[in-house]
Design a protein around this ligand. Structure first.
Ligand code: 5RP
Length: 217
């Protein structure tokens, strides 16, 4: 199977989790795009969606799904999103597509986080994929120096501005042995908006496309 076929397969499996939900959260990225395209057939069953990025909002609207602001709801039944890496404890690195802050906010409000990935994203120890950190632009160099002290190699994602008008630093070569501790430590650096470690609010369900099957854990 190609990687796109694996993504399509997990997207189909994720549809089962939104059945019966009136408000759903929708993540960002190429895997979620397959999921959004499938949602077209269920749009009459869903009242509205809360989106995690401008790109996802546009895609949802194109297929006729109503997109509402997060502040219009106090809970979301289920949130479906991809990941850049996921470990056996369902902790993730996210933000390869730059939408980490809104993704983390929507995940926080959701009762259930369903992570959809192909098996290339499954790792035992996270950190091979550079860890994205969204920063307030004036703090970029300061945050980068602090990250060096923590043992990382920060690289500025040049010519990239997030939906929140902020910048991204990607940390290379970090073996993430204690994701929850690291998430808190990086969150504490002044100027950090969001770290792309999703360890404190991890996934509830992970659907992995592997060969011709979908593994659930
Ligand atoms: C975007 C994300 C995505 O979920 C992550 O990058 C995975 O994307 P893809 O499905 O394209 O591999 O966190 O900010």
């Amino acid at each position: 199977m190609t990687q796109d076929e694996l993504k399509q397969q997990v997207a189909i499996a994720a549809i089962e989790y939104v059945k019966g939900e009136s408000i759903i959260g929708v993540g960002t990225g190429s895997t979620v795009n397959f999921f959004i395209d499938l949602l077209a057939d269920f749009k009459n069953d869903i009242d509205a969606a809360v989106s995690s990025s401008i790109a996802t909002t546009e895609r949802l609207k194109k297929i006729g799904i109503r997109v509402i602001e997060l502040s219009e709801v106090d809970r979301i039944g289920v949130y479906v999103d991809g990941a850049d890496e996921v470990n056996p404890q369902k902790k993730m690195i996210k933000g390869g597509g730059g939408a980490l802050t809104r993704e983390k906010i929507v995940a926080a409000v959701s009762d259930k986080f369903v992570c959809i990935v192909d098996d290339s994203k499954c790792v035992d120890v996270m950190g091979k994929f550079p860890l994205p950190i969204e920063v307030i632009p004036m703090a970029r160099s300061y945050v980068a120096r602090e990250l060096v002290k923590m043992g990382g190699q920060p690289i500025w994602r040049q010519d990239y501005i997030t939906d929140n008008r902020c910048e991204i630093i990607d940390i290379h070569n970090m073996n993430i042995m204690e994701p929850m501790t690291l998430e808190k430590e990086i969150n504490n650096i002044p100027g950090v908006v969001t770290v792309g470690l999703f360890a404190l609010r991890d996934a509830d369900v992970v659907l992995v496309g592997k060969g011709s099957e979908v593994i659930t854990y």
